[in-house]
Design a protein around this ligand. Structure first.
Ligand SMILES: [Zn+2]
Length: 138
């Protein structure tokens, strides 16, 4: 007989879980839209700083570009909540905790959040390189 019944055991006590085990049970979708929009603004400032030959603006633009990575967000497929990706390690909604406690196999889709962010980064870098190539050709 199982000692845990998810319908009866609604206590909200803390449990210690390895971050990897939690990440495997989460079903999060990466949402880089806010970061991409911010990068467009950074790109405009970057070009202006080069045209104006303003070193301080150029350095501030580089700093802003690195800060844009913090604006990547996630969306949880289980509870519908969205938040910044930095806080994804702490996101443990009821379905995630239920799967953790039951020892369920990790869901196959979607891929881990960090894998999605890496894929978005590769897609963005590829698009940027292709834009640079075709912008020079045409
Ligand atoms: Zn959730």
């Amino acid at each position: 007989m199982a000692s845990f019944d998810p319908d009866m055991d609604t206590a909200t006590y803390r449990i210690s879980v390895a971050p990897e085990a939690l990440a495997e049970q989460q079903r999060l979708i990466a949402n880089p839209l806010l970061a991409v929009v911010a990068l467009l603004g950074v790109w405009a400032l970057f070009r202006y700083s080069l045209e104006a030959r303003n070193l301080y603006l150029f350095l501030a633009t580089l700093f802003a570009a690195t800060v844009c990575a913090l604006l990547i967000q996630f969306h949880c497929l289980d509870c519908g909540r969205g938040d910044f990706a930095l806080r994804a390690r702490r996101h443990a909604c009821a379905p995630v905790v239920r799967r953790l406690r039951a020892g369920a196999a990790p869901p196959l889709t979607p891929p881990l959040l960090r894998t999605q962010i890496k894929a978005w980064f590769v897609v963005a870098a590829t698009a940027l390189v292709l834009f640079a190539i075709f912008h020079h050709v045409g």
